[in-house]
Ligand binder design. Structure first.
Ligand code: AMP
Ligand code: MG
Length: 405
């Protein structure tokens, strides 16, 4: 039988990723609502950009042959959007051009600061222009048919600008997974609830997860928190429209850890039962017979959010057709660290960038998994491999930067 417990982080992640694949692409308008969506097709240019040889300056288009010093006869004008329609200027002829206007064939541009004009006669100071002077060649930005954005790229403002300049008004993108979030626990109440008793705890993971899911391209479906009751858990999840269900709390093996036993009644097949991870050991993952995937997160805020960074983020990436790998960055320890135990440890840290370009990581002295205040002050998670030796300050560690606004 496959081992489900105490899996190394990498293996747990690989098992989860093996259970998801991107959905059927949909066609959307490439307007601001496309922000964050992932291309399911490459974007190729529908034509050359610029589509004509364009002037980079206000000035005069002059043919490259002819006697430079004799002066030129003005035979027309080319403005942006209103190109010169006559025959290309011959020796001794010139066309007035403005920035962004089409430059007649065989011409270069002399800036207007070097020209003196009397009626339709123009003289220029200085040396004759060289080939291409002040001309942006047709196709100089990109060529028709050139692939500008590959599939799998997430759209941001600059990529949307590129697709627009390439002439694309719509594109196929991967669907955004819907992710239901269910906080569980007798003690959990929504922030803002009237007269909370001392026995109650405000739900901090629910809002954090909804926000992270939206930030990572998913569509959060927040559900009302439920009590520690199998019936309540099943009722809350009954018929919920989501590809992925994230449960919070009740993930361990205590008498009130009822999420897995409840879902077992629906036919939950576990792929991951526990992970060699600190914090976040009770994180689990499985599939339901209706095709829904379930990620079970521990209730302690730091455990849930570390597990979300390590597993939920890559899951959502893979669901949207994006490479789920997240390259780690490096930092120098500001303080020494003790040897790590048998579990891979992801420590909350504050980063300070140094004048020499390096980044130093201050790991918080109290790494207890319940501390929301520490997580809220952290910029990064420092990775300490299982069984890693003690480190002196100044040594280099791997870290995952947390996206802070
Ligand atoms: P559990 O994973 O259910 O054993 O919960 C572990 C700890 O996390 C307990 O102290 C809970 O009160 C707390 N906790 C569980 N769920 C949440 C939540 N959604 N928001 C904040 N704290 C929670
Ligand atoms: Mg609980």
């Amino acid at each position: 039988m496959t081992q489900l417990r105490d899996l190394p982080v990498e293996e747990a992640r690989a098992r989860m990723l093996g259970a998801v694949s991107p959905g059927v692409p949909e066609l959307i308008l490439l307007d601001r609502h496309a922000l964050g969506r992932v291309l399911a097709e490459p974007i190729a240019a529908v034509r050359d950009q610029p589509p004509f040889d364009a002037s980079a300056m206000d000035g005069y288009a002059v043919p490259l042959e002819g006697v430079w010093t004799a002066g030129f006869q003005l035979i027309g004008e080319s403005a942006a959007g209103r190109p010169y329609a006559g025959a290309a200027p011959r020796a001794g002829e010139t066309v007035r051009v403005f920035t962004g206007a089409s430059v007649p064939e065989g011409c270069a541009v002399v800036v207007q600061e070097r020209a003196s004009r009397e009626s339709d006669h123009v003289r220029f100071e200085g040396a004759p222009p060289s080939i291409g002077a002040h001309v942006r060649a047709r196709g100089g930005d990109f060529r028709r048919g050139e692939i500008l954005l590959p599939a799998g790229v997430r759209l941001d403002a600059w990529r949307l600008a590129l697709a627009a300049s390439a002439g694309r008004g719509e594109a196929l993108v991967f669907p955004q997974p819907r992710v239901a979030i269910l906080s569980t626990g007798e003690e959990i109440v929504r922030a803002g609830a009237a007269d909370p008793s001392d026995a109650q705890i405000f739900d901090s993971n629910g809002p954090a997860l909804s926000t992270l899911i939206a930030q990572w391209g998913g569509r959060p479906v927040p559900l009302d928190a439920v009590r520690d009751s199998q019936a309540a858990i099943l009722a809350a999840l009954d018929g919920v429209a989501a590809e992925l269900i994230v449960t919070v709390g009740g993930a361990s093996v205590g008498d009130y850890d009822l999420v897995k036993p409840a879902l077992a009644k629906l036919g939950l097949e576990l792929l991951v039962e526990t992970i060699r991870l600190r914090p976040g050991k009770p994180t689990w993952f499985g599939t339901l017979p209706n095709g829904q995937r379930v990620l079970g997160l521990p209730g302690n805020p730091a455990s849930g959010l570390v597990a979300a960074e390590l597993f939920l983020r890559p899951l959502l990436a893979a669901w949207q057709g994006v490479d789920p790998a997240f390259p780690l960055e490096h930092a120098r320890l500001a303080e020494p660290l003790e040897a790590t135990g048998p579990r891979e440890h992801w420590m909350r840290a504050r980063l300070v960038s140094q004048a020499d370009g390096s980044v130093s990581a201050h790991t918080f002295p109290d790494q207890d998994s319940s501390l929301v205040s520490v997580f809220a002050a952290a910029d990064a998670l420092v990775r300490r491999p299982a069984g890693a030796p003690a480190l002196a300050s100044g040594e280099v560690v791997e870290m995952l930067r947390l996206k802070r606004l």
